[in-house]
Design a protein around this ligand. Sequence first.
Ligand code: ZN
Length: 258
Amino acid sequence: MKINQVAEVAGYLWQKGWAERNGGNITVNVTELVDAGMRALPALSEPKAIGAVLPRLQGCWFYCKGTQKRMRDLARDPMGNGSLIRITDDCAHYEIVADAPVAPTSELPSHLSVHDWLLAQGSPCRASLHTHPIELVALTHARKWMEKDAATRMLWSMIPETKAFCSRGLGMVPYLLPSSVALAEATIRTLAEGYDVVMWEKHGVFAVDTDIMSAFDQVDVLNKAAQIYIAARNMGFEPEGMSDAQMRELSDAFGLPK
Ligand SMILES: [Zn+2]
């Protein structure tokens, strides 16, 4: 079930070279999977402050990668390198419930703020992924690709599947300090514009989707398009890209947003 999927994705992140050291983060809202037996489990920790009051998360359960834990370790032992937490009734604290008292990621306040926002929107997205995909991060070192929707248009035009599977494109967030409240707020603003993959300049991506595999797939598809662009540039030419007419035809045929 979902925890195995988290482990599988963590393995892919490591294999792709997107998760050096303890880089990257995964949080999944697993509330819908919690049964009476799990609800009866005692807390393994004292309630700890989230650092924010998140009213829609009352009683919600999350799987969270552990602080300072490595994705490559999580891939073989998800419950030794992450934990299940539940949000207390005051919506400001959490308790670790299983399997061991592994402290969640230091980015918990920003990840949980996004989950709170998703629930407020009535979004079906339950998983959030932060990772460092090499080619996408490289693109953000050029001003021209940081302009609104410039990278999206180029990536869509590299191979038809990119628009088919990432039809909402890539939202760009100018450089902000990692783990900062400002970065969390900018991420939520960009999600609110209708993107579900957000690019943090000179850092990495933050993606949300219904489950962690789908979030990974979106990032994988976008990064593949970036690799095709770079491969063409390495062969010494600017790739032509699909034409606007070809993109419109694709959108019509597959009912994609314009
Ligand atoms: Zn990062």
